[in-house]
Design a protein around this ligand. Structure first.
Ligand code: SF4
Length: 343
């Protein structure tokens, strides 16, 4: 398609915001497998072609850094299920990127976090409700999700990893007051999202979960004072999320959400280079900025206690010869191909 600066169509307006912009913060899907079955998950990628592509996911961080990227978020699916997670974090740190892992938290152990901690700046966990029965209704596990996430949050604080909490707001939780529990978890950043429907991904399973923007605003208004105690509170409506994320598939193709459906690039960054591949799908930098995409992600937390530091060192040595974290302590098998994406 030919874009024109004089044209005022939505596509040309979007293109003006996206062309030749540096992909400052990229969300990479490292696996589409997940051990959960959240009803609102939009990472099934049912439209993806399955043509195998000759590429190495481990080369992606360097190419992104060379194109000006500063922060890499690894998500999925559940990234802990990827045998390449630790290696990816290592190469991302080597090229100077701020790193973040978005996880449902279920398979995180303190040992795993210790093993990752040297290469991990942020961990984002998902808590949509502090009522376990609501999490079960949403498909976030079969019970125990909240208590597990509270443990993960406390390990993150112990290990000096910045903590983010992601919450999806739906008809089941928009009236819940989470203030007290979030204050006790003390995340550095709390992101709340209006339930987003993506055509062909989650539209059928979320019919009864959809909320209008007024109900999302109601939740937001009830919690926005949390900013006063230093928690970076960010909220995103459906419109805020559209085209404002730079997202990449494991094979190096960018994809984007335009109008509630995925646009997937045809060329990988290996074939076309980062900027050409990104221009295929577009990215709205103005919206990215408006939704708080630029923040102090490079801030280091206080280092942890001497005891914890010694344990971390020991665990790192144990894990250093094996890049597959899952094979170290226990075996978790998942053949389900589902996933989700949040920065
Ligand atoms: S990837 Fe999808 S199914 Fe898995 S935890 Fe995230 S939203 Fe839920």
């Amino acid at each position: 398609m030919q874009y024109s600066d004089k044209c005022n169509s939505d596509e040309c307006k979007l293109s003006k915001n996206t062309r030749n912009k540096i992909p400052i913060s990229v969300n990479l899907v490292v696996t589409t497998k997940c051990n959960y079955s959240c009803r609102f998950c939009f990472g099934h990628f049912k439209q993806l072609d399955s043509t195998p592509r000759d590429c190495s996911i481990l080369e992606i961080p360097k190419l992104l850094a060379e194109a000006g990227c500063k922060k890499l978020t690894l998500g999925g699916g559940e990234p802990i299920l990827s045998p390449k997670l630790l290696e990816l974090l290592k190469v991302a740190k080597k090229v100077g990127l701020t790193t973040c892992v978005v996880t449902n938290g279920n398979m995180i152990t303190k040992e795993r976090m210790m093993a990752l901690s040297h290469y991990l700046d942020w961990i984002a966990i998902s808590i949509d409700s502090f009522f376990e029965y609501i999490e079960i209704k949403l498909g976030r596990g079969n019970g125990g999700h909240v208590s597990q996430c509270i443990k993960v949050a406390s390990w993150a604080h112990d290990l000096g990893i910045n903590l983010k909490v992601n919450s999806v707001i739906t008809s089941l939780n928009y009236s819940e007051n989470m203030m007290e529990q979030i204050l006790s978890i003390k995340p550095d950043r709390w992101k709340v999202f209006q339930l987003l429907q993506i055509k062909g991904e989650n539209t059928e399973s979320t019919k009864d979960l959809v909320i209008p923007e007024e109900e999302f605003q109601y939740f937001m208004n009830n919690h926005k004072s949390i900013k006063n105690v230093g928690i970076d509170f960010v909220y995103e409506t459906i419109d805020d999320m559209e085209s404002s994320y730079i997202m990449m598939l494991p094979d190096g193709r960018f994809f984007s959400n335009h109008g509630g459906k995925y646009i997937i690039g045809k060329k990988t960054i290996f074939e076309a280079g980062v900027l050409v591949a990104l221009n295929e799908v577009g990215w709205d930098e103005v919206k990215f900025r408006r939704r708080g995409g630029y923040y102090r992600w490079g801030v280091k937390k206080q280092s942890c206690s001497e005891n914890v530091r010694e344990s971390v060192q020991k665990i790192r040595v144990e894990y250093s010869t094996d890049s597959n974290l899952l094979s170290c302590k226990d075996n978790i098998h998942s053949n389900k191909i589902i996933g989700g994406l949040v920065e």
